[in-house]
Design a protein around this ligand. Structure first.
Ligand SMILES: *[C@@H]1O[C@H](CO)[C@@H](O)[C@H](O)[C@H]1NC(C)=O
Ligand SMILES: *[C@@H]1O[C@H](CO)[C@@H](O)[C@H](O)[C@H]1NC(C)=O
Ligand SMILES: *[C@@H]1O[C@H](CO)[C@@H](O)[C@H](O)[C@H]1NC(C)=O
Ligand SMILES: *[C@@H]1O[C@H](CO)[C@@H](O)[C@H](O)[C@H]1NC(C)=O
Length: 788
């Protein structure tokens, strides 16, 4: 037989979808169906195709995966036409898994699978078969290839790539809004049967969510799901193969679904009325307090804008929205005053900044509250009636005149009285004073515009009840001009007249200055004090005047210089005038009128003296001065000793006062009156250097002295002195001893003849002190020599 024929035995496994795998296995093992097919039949026309050339007729073997039997799974049988059944042929298998996974009975050609096969691991095995003669070892058939195809069973459940999915959907979404799609995969053969056909169902998460069975799309299932009620949902989705039928394998996954926020809640104030307090002294911009509305939404859906929409304090306060805290901060917009208004009411609105038009139907996304603001009283400093004062005053006013009055009041309801004072730093010369009670400023020294035109003072107002509350105000005092200064020559004029001058010749143009500052400007008039035959003055009526000669024939040998008094007056009220005297030297001139030589005596310095000579003279003077100073210093050094010796005396005369005075206002600390005690003054006048010590004797030997006796006594002595030819030609001091009562010598004088009762007159000195003083003055040189 040259034609080999292959009889292919294969098992026909009929696919029975409704059977479970175990049933199928049972069938497989209990009734393995084998069919011997002589030649492969195929083709749509059903014709039998005869293969002439090849002894093998190869095809594929089918093998069910996941065989669980204890014996080898039978795959099929190879058979050659040459096989007489005598065992002379030997079948050999090679290719994928040959010898290991697939073994062949070399005598019978039966192929078995040695272990369980997983289609999902490898779906096709390609093998080659050969039949050889056992004796010759020659192939009786050419090698042929065939395929073992592994048949799928539903041995894989659907699996989700993720164990937990997270997804989100906006709250209030309409029913059926897609949330997320979950997809499970099944490793089984999708091209064969329903093993890989997955159906989704929801195990947990109803009634909020649903899943589309075919697609795995999760959708919302409940209307008006509110994030503010519940935000998180856990949905469990099951995927089941076999089209979801009983017996299908299944896998599950969890989907964490979060509802995202939409602006479906308006802001709300928790209180209808909010009370705030603010001290009236709070400056503009001060934060008074805050209001806060709450919004159940989150993020930008909870953003709130605050506004003052109404109330009686809308222009007094502002509200600022603070982004991070979502609070409305109320601030002061205008200065507050407790005395004029104590309570303000504001209507404050809080509104969402991001409003979703879809939820307009849920109502207005704003709320209002009433804010009551109480202004609290603060002790405020006094307030002046003006921010500054300008007083204009003429410089000639009398000392003590009130130049103006400042006014201040305490703005507090208590209205404390005010005490005014001047800041002495602004009036160092103490020209002004202020009545502390009523604020009237008056002068205490004469004013002079020509010294200071402005006095810029600072007045302090303090509350008497609370002296710490003070306010200052600037007081500008402008001193107005009074014509109290006479005009004078503008400069010193060195004038000369030429000997050959003709009458009417201009020899000097003069001008004047005046320290006053009249409103209409200065206007000066020039004239001669007396009619002068030699010179004349011509007023130019522009505040200058010309000095002209009136004659000719000046001669410096005759008269070397003329004095020309010129009267200059201004035209202000009261008219002030002065007389300036021009010294006009007479000089020899050339024909052009240039000065040649002048009379020397008219000049302070000789005209010919050079600057070099002047410097030399100055140097001499300086050297002389230095010598004098050195001499004086030497003398001082020599006198040092007596100075040291008299130190004690000096120290004795230093009186120290430890108490510090209270300034000019303090009249209690030190009574200046004591210094003015006439008795004390008189005592002081009794100078030791003048009064003869013997005059003190009457204190120790008092006697009833008669005034006239003493006067007579002294007059007599005076007369004697006056007629004494030997007396010195100047006033001199003479002393006369007086003998007292208690003298052992017993005076013979008539002075003794007075009363001698024991009444001792200790007041003698007090009574006579001034008289003795007068006498001493008389003898010491009279009234004009008090200081000798
Ligand atoms: C899912 O939600 C559960 C319960 O709400 C939570 O414990 C879990 O952490 C969430 N998982 C993820 C990944 O968000
Ligand atoms: C203030 O008081 C002084 C002294 O009592 C008085 O001379 C002056 O006129 C007063 N001023 C005013 C504005 O009343
Ligand atoms: C005082 O004030 C006036 C007006 O403000 C000003 O012109 C003047 O210079 C001031 N004088 C002094 C000394 O400050
Ligand atoms: C005028 O000049 C004459 C001499 O020329 C002199 O005697 C006379 O005193 C002068 N008069 C006056 C007022 O200076």
């Amino acid at each position: 037989m040259t034609i080999y024929r292959v009889i292919l035995l294969f098992l026909l496994w009929v696919y029975l979808p409704n059977f479970s795998s175990t049933e199928m296995l049972f069938r497989r093992t209990s009734e393995p169906q084998t069919k011997v097919v002589k030649a492969r039949t195929s083709g749509r026309d059903g014709k039998v195709l005869h293969r002439q050339k090849r002894g093998w007729m190869w095809n594929q073997f089918f093998l069910l995966e996941e065989y669980t039997g204890s014996d080898y799974q039978y795959v099929g049988k190879l058979h050659s036409d040459q096989d007489k059944g005598d065992g002379s042929l030997k079948y050999i298998l090679s290719g994928d898994g040959a010898g290991t996974l697939f073994i062949i009975d070399e005598k019978t050609g039966d192929i078995h699978a040695t272990r369980r096969i997983d289609r999902e691991e490898k779906a096709f095995y390609t093998l080659r078969a050969q039949a050889i003669n056992r004796r010759t070892l020659r192939p009786v058939e050419p090698e042929s290839e065939f395929v073992i195809k592994i048949h799928d069973i539903n041995d894989n459940e659907p699996t989700f790539p993720e164990e937990i999915y997270t997804a989100s959907v906006p709250e209030m979404s309409v029913v059926g809004t897609s949330v997320v799609q979950v997809t499970a995969t099944d490793a089984d053969d999708p091209s064969y049967g329903n093993s890989a056909r997955v159906i989704y169902s929801i195990l947990q998460g109803q009634p909020y969510f649903s899943v589309e069975p075919e697609t795995g799309i999760i959708r919302t299932a409940l209307p008006n799901m509110n994030r503010e009620n519940r935000e998180q949902y856990q949905v469990v989705i099951q995927a089941k193969d076999m089209g979801g039928q009983m017996g299908g394998l299944s896998g599950t996954t969890t989907v964490n679904i979060t509802l995202t926020d939409v602006n479906d809640n308006p802001p709300r104030f928790s209180q209808n009325t909010i009370h705030l307090r603010v001290p009236e002294s709070s400056p503009v911009g001060t934060a008074i307090g805050s209001v806060k509305a709450t919004d159940a939404d989150t993020g930008k859906n909870a953003e709130i804008e605050y506004r003052i929409i109404d109330g009686d304090g809308t222009d007094m306060f502002d509200i600022i929205t603070q982004k991070d805290t979502q609070e409305g901060i109320l601030t002061v917009r205008k200065p507050l005053d407790y005395e004029s208004r104590r309570l303000y009411t504001l209507k404050v609105e809080a509104e969402n900044t991001h409003v979703d038009p879809r939820f307009y139907y849920l109502g207005p996304f704003k709320d209002t509250t009433i804010v009551k603001i109480s202004v609290e009283d603060v002790d405020e400093p006094p307030v002046f009636s003006r921010s500054s004062y300008l007083f204009e005053v003429h410089e000639d006013i009398e000392v003590g005149t009130i130049i103006g009055t400042v006014m201040a009041r305490d703005p507090d309801s208590a209205s404390s009285p005010i005490r005014f004072s001047l800041d002495r730093h602004t009036d160092l010369d103490r020209i002004f004073n202020i009545h502390s009670g009523n604020g009237s400023i008056y002068t205490s020294k004469p004013l002079d515009r020509e010294i200071s035109q402005w006095h810029n003072l600072s007045v302090i107002a303090a509350e008497i009840n609370n002296p710490k509350e003070t306010t200052r105000v600037a007081v500008f005092v402008r001193i107005l001009d009074v014509n109290d200064n006479a005009p004078q020559f503008a400069v010193f004029y060195d004038t000369f007249v030429c000997e050959n001058a003709r009458p009417g010749q201009l020899i000097q143009t003069i001008s004047a200055v005046d320290k006053d500052d009249p409103l209409g400007g200065q206007k000066f008039f020039f004239s001669l004090a007396a009619v002068n035959p030699n010179f004349t003055v011509q007023d130019n009526e522009d505040n200058t005047a010309r000095i002209l000669t009136r004659k000719n024939g000046f001669s410096r040998h005759e008269i070397s210089s003329y004095l020309l008094p010129v009267v200059i007056s201004d035209n202000d009220y009261p008219i002030q005038s002065s007389t300036g005297t021009l010294t006009i030297r007479v000089c020899a001139c050339d024909s052009q009128g240039n000065m040649q030589s002048c009379s020397a005596e008219a000049l302070l310095l000789p005209a010919g003296l050079s600057t070099g000579a002047l410097i030399a003279i100055l140097l001499c003077i300086i050297i002389l001065l230095v010598i004098v100073v050195l001499f004086a210093a030497l003398k001082r050094q020599r006198k040092k000793e007596p100075l040291i010796l008299s130190k004690e005396d000096i120290r004795d005369n230093i009186v120290s006062y430890n108490d510090e005075g209270g300034g000019e206002e303090d009249t209690q600390a030190f009574d200046i009156g004591t210094l003015r005690n006439p008795a004390v003054i008189e005592d002081k006048k009794l100078r030791r250097d003048i009064i003869p010590e013997t005059l003190f004797i009457p204190r120790r030997t008092p006697s009833a002295l008669d005034n006239t006796d003493v006067r007579d006594f002294i007059n007599e002595r005076l007369k004697e002195h006056d007629i004494d030819p030997t007396a010195p030609p100047y006033d001199s001091l003479a002393t006369y001893a007086y003998e007292g009562n208690d003298s052992i010598a017993e005076s013979l004088s008539s002075l003794e003849s007075g009363t001698t009762d024991g009444d001792q007159n200790y007041d003698y000195l007090r009574e006579w002190g001034p008289r003795f003083n007068k006498l001493a003055e008389m003898y010491g040189g009279g009234e004009s020599d008090k200081d000798s």
